[in-house]
Design a protein around this ligand. Structure first.
Ligand SMILES: [Zn+2]
Length: 282
């Protein structure tokens, strides 16, 4: 499931489309589950025809294209949320049947493709007021790359939730998902089952530092392709950070630091991996 490093890699991989003008948008017909698209494909395509892509940015686990429409004032925002298996590509996709959207540009050979095997990813186009209403005003926490200890402490120190569960809450920090939550807590040496209210300011500082450290390294290695290898970069290559996972998906393997067995537990229906010896439960 694409998290911050994977979506950041996708955004960097499609940066070549910045400044391009949209020639046409196609929604290939397929028999698979249809991706949730808002507004209706026909309206979306007509509004975007002739529009210029002015920016490509990441917001948490979403990729955002800012576009200047050809025949109306005000920017529009095309929001891609990959969810489980969504990908943004600039080369031929892994399979044709899971292509959800193809954007052809003027005077540019390669199209931008949204591909999604499971079809749970969303494509949403909104104007600026709606964008601000949806994502402004603390709707999302600070980006996890810029996690800050005192701010994290302030947000969580009254909560009885387990810290791993809190890290998945996008209002606490934006961008962390199940893989990186386990990796971050391992680096910070904190047991994922520790209740937030038991964490000191110092522990929050360690979590904040570990977040930015792990996520930066994962971006450098273009994200993690795990299991069925669904996640690919924009030019259809797997990420490499899975080779550096210390705990995620490694239950029963030996901890690299202490040689004890890494354990898997379930927290809010998701697997968490950790070393009970290296990670302290406060
Ligand atoms: Zn250990």
């Amino acid at each position: 499931m694409p998290e911050l490093p994977e979506v950041e890699t996708m955004c960097r991989g499609i940066a070549c489309f910045r400044g391009k003008i949209i020639e046409k948008i196609l929604f290939p017909k397929h028999t698979r589950r249809a991706s949730p698209i808002q507004p209706r494909p026909k309206i979306l395509a007509s509004k975007l025809q002739g529009a210029r892509i002015t920016g490509i940015t990441r917001l948490g686990k979403r990729a955002i294209l800012s576009v200047e429409p050809a025949n109306e004032n005000g920017n529009l925002f095309l929001i891609f949320e990959p969810r489980m298996t969504g990908l943004l590509l600039r080369v031929p996709p892994p399979t044709e049947k899971h292509v959800r959207l193809v954007v052809h540009m003027q005077k540019y050979q390669d199209p931008l493709i949204f591909w999604d095997r499971r079809g749970l990813g969303t494509i949403t186009m909104v104007n600026r007021p709606t964008f601000i209403a949806r994502f402004g005003n603390n709707a999302l926490g600070p980006d996890a790359l810029k996690a800050n200890g005192p701010e994290l402490y302030k947000k969580i120190h009254r909560s009885k939730r387990h810290i791993k569960v809190a890290l998945l809450d996008q209002k606490i920090l934006a961008g962390i998902g199940n893989i990186y939550a386990s990796e971050i807590l391992y680096l910070a040496r904190i047991d994922p089952r520790t209740r937030c209210c038991r964490l000191s300011q110092d522990a929050c500082e360690r979590i904040a530092r570990a977040s930015s450290q792990i996520l930066r390294l994962a971006i450098k290695h273009e994200g993690s392709s795990i299991g069925d290898e669904t996640y690919r970069t924009a030019d259809n290559r797997p990420g490499r950070y899975q080779r550096f996972h210390k705990v995620y998906g490694r239950d029963k393997a030996k901890c690299g630091k202490c040689k004890n067995e890494i354990q898997r537990v379930i927290q809010t229906q998701r697997s968490t991996f950790f070393c009970p010896n290296c990670q302290i439960r406060y």
